[in-house]
Structure formats: structure tokens, C-alpha cells
Design a protein around this ligand. Structure first.
Ligand SMILES: [Zn+2]
Length: 162
């Protein structure tokens, strides 16, 4: 078991369940946080409707700018989206931020690497609705070593403790 855990931890963190049960509910988002000691990964996924207000391909310069601005906000303000405990001094490094379209719908996806100075302790808070007011509800999953927790955050209220 120890050896298996070691290999799981050493492999890049992935979210095998994420793709299979990906929900597309306008106004809702999903955040998955996976920590292994001081390092981790954060995935944010939300229907584009709740992020930019539409899901069709942007046509006008104004629509293109809305999409660009939203992706920039995700790239630069990941630490507001997921507010890890200040005492842990974590940094979020954006790895991949994009918008992908599937038929009539589109999703916005942001992937961050996490690097902390101290192990996570204290509350994790969220600022999704403050950054994207059309997205009011967030399902959060936290995997911290062997422990898994989840929470439903509505209008940025609530928190999660590792
Ligand atoms: Zn949609």
C-alpha cells in the first residue's frame, strides 16, 4: 500500500473522475484541489455562460474582448478564485487557461499548479462569484494526501478546511 501511494503521489496529479461526470450547469462551477504535501494542482471548470455571458463563438470585437478579459482574469487572479490559507503562503501558477466549445455549449477551464511554504492548515475560501457574478454556485473537492472533502459554496459563502 505504501508503495502504491508513493507512485500515486509521484505521478502528475490527474482527476480521472472529472471527465466522466463533468456536469454543464449554467451558473455553476467546479473546483478540484489536489494537494500532496506542499505541492498540488487546482482545476477550475465552468460553463462559459457563467463566465463570459455567452457560449457561441465570439464574433464581434466586443465579444472577443470579453473572452480575452475573462481568461486574463483567470490567469492572473487564481489566488482570488481559490484563497488558500495565508499562513501556508501558497502560490498559484497558471498552467493552462482556455475556453473549449462542445456543440452548443462551451466551458472555461483553468489549471493551476500550487506551491506552498507550509502544509495547508486553516480555511480555504473562494471568490468565484466576486470575479464572475453570473456564477453563483461552486462544487469544491479537496484531496489532501489520503483525505478527501467536498463543499458546496454559494455566492462565495462557506469554506473548506483541509
Ligand atoms: Zn451551456
Amino acid at each position: 500500500m505504501r508503495i502504491l501511494l508513493f507512485f500515486l503521489a509521484a505521478a502528475p496529479l490527474v482527476f480521472p473522475q472529472a471527465k466522466a461526470q463533468k456536469a454543464h450547469v449554467h451558473g455553476a462551477a467546479e473546483i478540484r484541489i489536489a494537494m500532496d504535501g506542499l505541492k498540488g494542482e487546482i482545476e477550475f471548470e465552468a460553463p462559459a455562460e457563467g463566465i463570459v455571458g455567452f457560449e457561441s463563438a465570439p464574433k464581434t470585437p466586443a465579444q472577443k474582448k470579453i473572452v480575452e478579459d475573462a481568461l486574463t482574469r483567470l490567469r492572473e487572479r487564481g489566488g482570488e478564485l481559490v484563497q488558500l490559507p495565508a499562513a501556508s503562503a501558497c502560490k498559484l501558477i497558471p498552467k493552462e487557461v482556455d475556453l473549449h466549445r462542445e456543440g452548443q455549449h462551451a466551458d472555461v477551464h483553468a489549471h493551476y499548479g500550487v506551491s506552498c511554504v507550509k502544509a495547508l492548515s486553516g480555511e480555504i475560501r473562494f471568490g468565484v462569484t466576486r470575479l464572475f457574478p453570473r456564477t453563483a454556485e461552486v462544487s469544491v473537492t479537496l484531496i489532501n494526501g489520503d483525505a478527501q472533502k467536498s463543499a458546496r459554496i454559494v455566492a462565495d459563502r462557506g469554506s473548506l478546511r483541509p
